[in-house]
Design a binder for this molecule. Structure first.
Ligand code: C2E
Ligand code: MG
Ligand code: MG
Length: 646
């Protein structure tokens, strides 16, 4: 009588139970895929238990009837193939996860049903024919001519998986590749060993090892999950995007960015903020059919859905938008969270996953800037994005090659009748030597952090000029400070270091900031300004009258002067209301102890009117256009000569 060693089966059983304990997590979303893996584990346990029971029954054939033995063995054969088919189907699902063409999965399913069907037929037939196993007269277990069919089935399934893998390997994820290089060889080797040494029962070991590798590769990988919401994270988004693009699959991406979420956290507390994020993730999940949802950033969610049906895409987008417009329940109350969505469709264009990300981020930025709810990455946006990328490249090259220049625009002072100050303005030309307006490149530099480098270029240029004494008429020069630069903690120290380096008194440098800087960070702004004023660094309020105007930001802040924007000055000669406004606000600033600079003065008439309204300084093309440093001294000389002649 054959005798079997059950040691490896017991060992496999313990291993699978351990995997089950680690896998079970009541707080996880019970997706269909998780359920399938759980069933694979259950089937593995059932198959091992049946195997152990069958062996014990055969060994006790005197006490256990042949019928029970037959039934136990048949059940074991059936369940073991059911288990291998379930594991194979799970592998197929993961293998084809990022393959849009679902016909592959359908074909795989059909093939597996076929294997299972034929095998079940064989088992049933075996009850009469004994082609797989039978019990002889003495009640001994005997192998039939087709006994190896039980092993043939998993080997066949491995073969199917391999074919599928090699056909779709471009779109197969990293974890799956690892599985493909480990599970099939292990299965084939152990099956061969089992056939050679039938008394060593290895079925349980094979399934336990396959389950273990799958578990380690996928199920235990918290790396790919966002711990708060349980959905996929940015890392898994990048992987899926890369794989889908490698397979040139069409897809739609919708990025939903929550706005002003810091306020939600501030007002309701962080745990309520978390609760809203959890709800948003859950609500968006319902639109991810056929695709997946990701938490891309703390307050940004992404839907990646394969397919190219335009109508479906539009409907989905509309549903996502209307879902996000709702108010989120929070205890007794409901909270509306403003958001901005970006949409992009990919249909095989030549670009990288990083570019796709940069397009989406750009759309969200545009949406936030313009207060739009939705920005699509269409032709126009693509063009703006290309220009922005070009500007970034050009600025980076210009910083590297020292191609930025500082120009100066002299400012007329009414009390002395001369041009005692100037404003420093940065200049950049493209590769063809065409000037690029700072109004275009400064906002881009502010967004991507380049502004810091630019600002120090200007500061150094100005300090060098003031320290050199080449233009003695120039008593002070003002520089423009961007928001980012103004908020730097070490701003005062860095400016003072630079002034010291070129031996320039702090009174000679003025700092221009706009109201936008103040509006966003009024408390910090006040502290910084007060600290710097104590060190004799004075401020000018730039662009007063350009939309952000708010008298409260000017009141009580230590501005040496206010610059009235060109748009206010433009109507001075022909619009009585502009005249009335100038007549009113200039004395107002004077009463606050602040001087007034009229900006953008282009004609003699405008200059005379500005002076008549009380402006203390005039800056504009009428007197001087911004000019490079090399022309500045000459300009002052020619002014002096002209003044001497008159
Ligand atoms: P801003 O600080 O208000 O600078 C004055 C702008 O008005 C300059 O434009 C100047 O050339 C222009 N301007 C002066 N007089 C006239 C005039 O009579 N008519 C007209 N039409 N324009 C006049 P620019 O140099 O193109 O600079 C635009 C803006 O870019 C600046 O406005 C400032 O906000 C920003 N910017 C320029 N240089 C820097 C810099 O070094 N750092 C930072 N952060 N921003 C800068
Ligand atoms: Mg300015
Ligand atoms: Mg200005």
């Amino acid at each position: 009588m054959t005798s079997w060693s059950l040691l490896s089966e017991y060992f496999a059983l313990i291993l699978i139970v351990v995997i089950m304990l680690f896998f079970y997590d009541s707080k996880q979303v019970h997706s269909a895929r998780r359920r399938l893996f759980w069933n694979c584990l259950l089937l593995s346990v059932a198959s091992i238990l049946l195997n152990i029971a069958s062996v014990h029954a055969i060994e006790n054939i005197g006490r256990v009837s042949v019928e029970v033995n037959k039934a136990l063995n048949s059940a074991y054969f059936l369940v073991s193939v059911l288990m291998s088919t379930a594991i194979t189907y799970y592998i197929f699902q993961r293998l084809l996860e990022f393959v849009y063409d679902k016909r592959c999965l359908q074909r795989a399913r059909l093939a597996l049903w076929l294997v299972l069907g034929v095998y079940t037929g064989l088992i049933l037939w075996n009850l009469y024919s004994g082609v797989i196993f039978y019990f002889d007269q003495a009640g001994n277990y005997c192998r039939g001519p087709l006994n190896a069919a039980g092993f043939l089935a998993p080997v066949l399934e491995v073969g199917l998986v391999l074919v599928c893998y090699f056909r779709n390997r471009k779109s197969v994820g990293r974890a799956m590749v690892r599985i493909m290089w480990t599970v099939p060889p292990i299965v084939v080797l152990l099956v061969l060993y089992q056939v050679a040494y039938p008394e060593q029962l290895l079925n349980g070991t094979i399934s336990a090892l396959a389950n273990l590798i799958i578990f380690i590769s996928f199920q235990s990988s918290r790396i790919e999950r966002d711990p708060l919401t349980g959905i996929n994270n940015r890392r898994s988004f990048m992987e899926e995007l890369t794989l889908r693009m490698a397979g040139r699959q069409n897809y739609q991406v919708i990025l939903v960015a929550l706005k002003q979420f810091a306020r939600v956290n501030q007002v309701y507390g962080h745990s309520s903020g978390d609760a809203i994020l959890f709800q948003v993730a859950g609500a968006l999940q319902q639109f991810s059919a056929g695709g997946r949802i990701f938490r891309y950033n703390s307050v940004e969610f992404l839907l990646l859905i394969p397919g190219s049906d335009e109508k479906e895409r539009e409907e989905r987008l509309e549903q996502v938008l209307s879902c996000m417009r709702r108010e989120w329940p929070l205890g007794e109350s409901h909270v509306a969270v403003p958001f901005c969505a970006a949409e992009l469709t990919y249909s095989g264009q030549d670009c990288t996953p990083e570019q796709i990300i940069s397009y989406l981020e750009y759309c969200v930025r545009l949406g936030k800037e313009d207060g739009r709810e939705l920005v699509r990455f269409d032709g126009e946006t693509a063009q703006r994005h290309r220009r922005r990328e070009y500007l970034i490249r050009t600025m980076q090259a210009a910083v590297r090659d020292g191609r930025f220049q500082v120009w100066y625009q002299p400012v007329y002072h009414r009390d002395t009748g001369s041009f005692d100050s100037a404003e420093a303005l940065i200049r950049l030309s493209d590769e063809q030597g065409q000037p690029i307006s700072p109004a275009e490149f400064i906002p881009v530099a502010e967004e991507n952090g380049l502004i810091d480098a630019l600002s120090w270029i200007v500061l150094e240029g100005v300090c060098r000029l003031l320290g050199s004494g080449t233009v003695p008429e120039l008593k002070t020069v003002s520089i423009n400070l961007s928001m980012q630069q103004f908020l730097r903690k070490d701003l005062t120290e860095r400016i003072e270091d630079m002034l010291r380096k070129y031996g320039v008194a702090p009174e000679r440098l003025k700092l221009e900031i706009t109201e936008r800087v103040l509006a966003d960070n009024s408390q910090l702004a006040r502290q910084t300004m007060e600290k710097m004023s104590r060190r004799h660094l004075e401020f000018l309020l730039d662009d007063f009258g350009t939309g952000y105007s708010n008298f409260s930001s000017v009141l009580g802040l230590p501005f040496e002067a206010v610059k009235l924007d060109r748009s206010l000055m433009a109507g001075l000669t022909n619009d009585p209301r502009s005249r009335l406004m100038a007549d009113t606000i200039i004395p107002f600033f004077h009463k606050l102890g602040q001087q007034v600079v009229a900006e953008g003065i282009e004609s003699r008439e405008q200059a005379e009117l500005a002076l008549r309204c009380g402006a203390d300084r005039i800056q504009g093309f009428y007197y001087a256009r911004p000019m490079p440093e090399s022309e500045l001294a000459e300009w002052y000389r020619s002014r002096k000569k002209a003044a001497e002649h008159t």
